[in-house]
Write a protein that binds this ligand. Structure first.
Ligand SMILES: NC(=O)c1ccc[n+]([C@@H]2O[C@H](COP(=O)([O-])OP(=O)(O)OC[C@H]3O[C@@H](n4cnc5c(N)ncnc54)[C@H](O)[C@@H]3O)[C@@H](O)[C@H]2O)c1
Ligand SMILES: [Zn+2]
Ligand SMILES: [Zn+2]
Length: 342
């Protein structure tokens, strides 16, 4: 089968023929229809410091996908050939304290699809049935392809109650944009999204946020004044990984404010901890999705007309992966989809 492979320990990706994956008794074989390009895939392609220490070549990359089940192992009972599915990309150990307690998202030995084992940028992918999400609520293929990052957005956005609250989201990348859509849908009063890219802020406006703020030109405090906020934001969702954004967020929270932090900073940075303490701010780190509570929430949000269409800004046949990756790496648009059926 065709697959997008990190063949060698150097920048680049190679579209090559590899053997189809074999499945065990508890696994499912999926014909991949569409995939989403993630920041992780860009890191692996450019072969940066993180990728060099995290990746062993050769590796089929990719973890955001939708496909159709073509084969099930003999022990698989509730998934059938023909089901439309996406996959939870964190494969858990099943034996640590958190796994045994049913808190699989807190597993201490998670292996990443397309990072620690062969992934989904291929014509077929194999997964344990316990990692497969069947789309029982009808959902378009592009949106189904990005259930993984959509799950990051939902997990983060629903970390704290949002009804009637003023919400600050730093970073209008695909995940920040989806979190903004969720926050609006979930009943926030104001949703303010910041970025330094005018194109991405324009996408945030399409989602219908209260204010899309270019922080290279105006401060978050300016934004607060424009909206008539007097005491700061109730909930913050950090979705940029930028130290400046995190510091600005802390400085603009109300007393007792809650911050859910998904953005992954590249290195340590100083934080005004005295402000965190005296303002009694809660900061929660968020990694991945809750299995499968987040997946359930995603499906039912879409069933009740959550609109993510503005987040998807490009779709390419998999053979045009170079152009697709260049588009994704430009940092100007939203999610870029690779079509494996085209
Ligand atoms: N914790 C997890 O499980 C998890 C999973 C996926 C991604 N991530 C991280 O979440 C973040 C969002 O993911 P994404 O794919 O949307 O990333 P992205 O890189 O596409 O988007 C980040 C955005 O932040 C903007 N930004 C930069 N500096 C800023 C500032 N000072 N203020 C406001 N915005 C600023 C950038 O212009 C960019 O548009 C990234 O840091 C990513 O590494 C975490
Ligand atoms: Zn991803
Ligand atoms: Zn575990």
């Amino acid at each position: 089968m065709k697959a997008l492979v990190k063949e060698r320990a150097e920048p680049g990706l190679w579209l090559t023929d590899v053997p189809e994956p074999q499945i065990g008794p508890g696994d499912v074989l999926i014909k991949v229809l569409r995939t989403g390009i993630c920041g992780t895939d860009l890191h692996i392609r450019s072969w940066d410091g993180w990728a060099r220490q995290a990746i062993r070549t050769p590796l089929v990359i990719g973890h955001e996908f939708v496909g159709e089940v073509v084969e099930t192992g003999r022990d698989v009972t509730d998934i059938a050939v023909g089901d439309r599915v996406s996959g939870e990309g964190h494969l858990v150990c099943g034996t640590c304290r958190n796994c045994l307690a049913g808190r699989r998202h807190l597993c201490r030995a998670t292996v990443g699809l397309g990072v620690g084992r062969d992934g989904a940028f291929a014509e077929y992918v194999a997964l344990p049935a316990s990692n497969v999400w069947v789309h029982r609520v009808p959902v378009g293929l592009d949106i189904a392809a990005i259930f993984d990052p959509f799950g990051n957005a939902v997990h983060t956005a629903l970390s704290f109650p949002l009804v009637g609250e003023d919400v600050l989201i730093t970073g209008a990348g695909p995940i920040g944009l989806m979190a903004a859509a969720v926050a609006r849908h979930a009943g926030a009063r104001n949703v303010v999204v910041t970025d330094v890219s005018e194109e991405r802020l324009e996408l945030a406006r399409k989602i219908g946020v209260s204010l899309a703020l270019d922080v290279s030109r105006r401060s978050i405090a300016d934004g607060q004044r424009e909206l008539g906020l007097r005491e700061g934001f109730d909930v913050g969702l950090e979705m940029s990984g930028s130290p400046v954004a995190m510091r600005d967020m802390i400085a603009n929270m109300t007393h007792g404010g809650k911050i859910a932090m998904l953005g992954l900073p590249a290195q340590e940075f100083p934080v005004d901890w005295a402000r965190v303490v005296t303002s009694m701010i809660t900061i929660k780190g968020v990694y991945g999705r809750e299995m499968f509570e987040t997946w359930y929430a995603m499906s039912v949000l879409l069933e009740r007309d959550l609109d993510l269409a503005p987040v998807i800004t490009g779709r390419y046949p998999y053979r045009d992966h170079e152009a697709a990756f260049a588009d994704a790496a430009s940092g100007r648009g939203g999610k870029i989809i690779l079509d494996w059926a085209a």
